[in-house]
Design a protein. Sequence first.
Length: 478
Amino acid sequence: MTTRLSPLDHAFWSLESPDAPMHIGALAVFGSGPAGPVDAYAVAALLAERAQRIPRLRRRVRPSWNPLEGPRWEEQPGFDAAAHIVRHQLPEEVTADPSDEGLCRIVGELMARPVSREAPPWEMHLLGPTSGGVDREPVLFLLLKVHHAVVDGLRAMELGLGLLDGFAEAGSGTRTRDANGARTADAATRTPPPSPEPAAGPAALRPLRLLRSVPLEARRTLRATEIAGSALVAAVDGVERAVLHPSPLRPSLLRAAARRPAPAASGLGLALPTVAVDDVRRIRKEHGGTANDVVLAVLAGALRDAGERADVRVLVPVSERGRRSGSGARTAGNRLSGFLVDLPVSEPDPVTRLHRVRDAMDARKAAGPRRGAGAVALLADLVPAAAHPFAAPLLRPSAGLLFDSLVTNVPLPDLPFALAGMPLTAVHPLAPLARHQELCVAVSAFRGRLHLGLRGRFATPRLAAAVDTAAAELLATC
């Protein structure tokens, strides 16, 4: 059975280019299990066995013969999950610390390479095992890469967790063996593939349906015009900021236009700092706001400490999953909107920075996620499928006009997960980096730490250290 990509999934598929891949990722860190070190080859075989059973991972994208229709998902004949899993032996100097610069360089290069567009668009990379931690225990790293057309950040984490021990006991009920030979639940995903589109129905009813659709199409057109108008205003403001206020994070328009796309193999910067969840809670209790507000304020302080002085406009994605479409039906696939928020990097006082972030986020939330330039992703639902391939080349360079950086929060269940008996100790989410942008940030809370994934040329050890400094600076005011 084949199913059509959702409008936003089609947009993500069309927006990808070799120098700006559209996959999302996560770096999972596993410690030693009760049985001691596990053979990485056996772990790879276990992952392949579990991935083989997940319907979403067996599908590839096939273009439609009709140019007016979008591409479709179809199951790949003879699918072999093992072909998507690669083992890497880490250099001896790489330690078990996820913030190790050697490890970050390797992961950054792997993340910069696009996934295949001819096969199911995902990869897994096993790195290690290695040693060098506090207790000198072996550590295994697993990098999962999945195209954004397949899943959003939340679904990617669910997909990854579906590969772990015992996660799908409520799913298929079948059981397999782990790398130590112990029996464990099959980790089939609990997310079914999208349902096929309904049939058109009898021809006699089509004129009536067309008549009834006129008010709906009028509302869709009005919404599209409103969102596009807000995006245009934001883009004009972005041109002004780029011309009048260029900065290390926001290159001038001329420099951005003259820069040649970097080959994927050259890699990009990557840094993986962490912040204690208890510190964030203490700051919230003292100064108010949400955990996301604190994270944004910490990032503003870190950017300032790393050399940025101009305010930075960030896109904060908001999941629209579960909302109904304009026709009243729940749609499959990605559904995202977002808020555009200016981080007060120019403000030297950390508490004032937090208050300004909180006020800005409160104002965006009051307006709602379906209004303003941040809702530009919703345009994918409001334009014909045939327009996506033609609009994509025009839209690829425009992200830098709307926002300077992406900051996304990926919720993660705080439960004791394991792979082949090895405990999951950390998960750093990794977001796609738009063309001409220098930084994107993804955040997940797990096991008492906020794990950040920083990507881009601005994602340096200096910025990672600045995150620690900015968090400590805010904590000192409590």
